[in-house]
Design a protein around this ligand. Structure first.
Ligand code: URA
Length: 231
């Protein structure tokens, strides 16, 4: 895991996208509602996503291919309104072929249930890199770039209303910034046809304890409002 508390100096997230919290949630909700197209197509992304997963299963685009047990492509509802994006598979995920099934995943499942009222079958979960980095090291820039087309294609196909990025790697990649999640979280950002809500990686919450978990909960509540799932 990268240092979750690092705040990089360079900012490519347009400051004008950062408005007061309450306003932002309302605006983002409107944008998502007006522009979402997936339901109108009337077609499920499932077949195309399955074909892409099959293609990824034999990928050798970077050196991570040599050390993997299997490609951990993604899991969940191919037509979900909500997508979580993590960093990369760990040991458990590499063995089981599913994202977030270790300790971090257990925390993610719990927060999903408690704050959103859903289980993982109601969202889609993917990672920045689909193969386990050795010894759980951070993914390298070349590995992230090599794997990026898979993530972009997953987002194209699922076409979610809200993407929740878990930790620095997913947040920086998808927002195109060098800033860290600590300074970016607490807000929603326009992303594709919807919104992106950055939050901590659950591994950071396992290390950081109650205050980090509380901030993750608040971020999920923000995502819930953007999805129109709030009571
Ligand atoms: N951490 C991640 O970023 N992704 C996983 O799938 C598991 C742990």
């Amino acid at each position: 895991m990268a240092d979750e508390t690092r705040v990089a100096d360079e900012t490519r997230v347009a400051p004008e996208t950062r408005v007061a919290d309450e306003t932002r949630v309302a605006d983002e909700t409107r944008v998502a509602d007006e522009t979402r197209v997936a339901p109108e197509t009337g077609r499920s992304a499932a077949p195309a996503l399955a074909a892409l997963a099959q293609q990824a299963a034999s990928c050798t685009a970077c050196a991570l291919a040599a050390g993997r047990t299997q490609v951990v492509f993604g899991v969940g509802d191919p037509d979900a309104d909500l997508v979580f994006v993590g960093e990369g598979p760990g040991r458990e995920e590499d063995l089981r072929g599913e994202p977030f099934v270790g300790r971090s995943g257990q925390l993610l499942d719990r927060l999903m249930a408690e704050e959103l009222g859903i289980d993982r079958s109601r969202c889609y979960i993917a990672n920045v890199v689909k193969c386990r980095p050795p010894d759980n090291r951070d993914p390298l820039p070349g590995e992230i770039e090599a794997c990026r087309p898979y993530l972009e294609a997953q987002l194209d196909l699922v076409h979610p209303v809200v993407v929740v990025t878990l930790g620095n790697f997913a947040t920086r990649l998808l927002l195109g910034t060098d800033r860290g999640v600590t300074s970016l979280r607490g807000a929603a950002y326009p992303f594709r046809d919807g919104s992106l809500v950055p939050t901590f990686h659950p591994a950071a919450a396992l290390r950081g304890g109650g205050s980090v978990v509380a901030q993750m909960r608040a971020d999920l509540v923000r995502a819930k409002a953007l999805l129109g799932w709030s009571a």
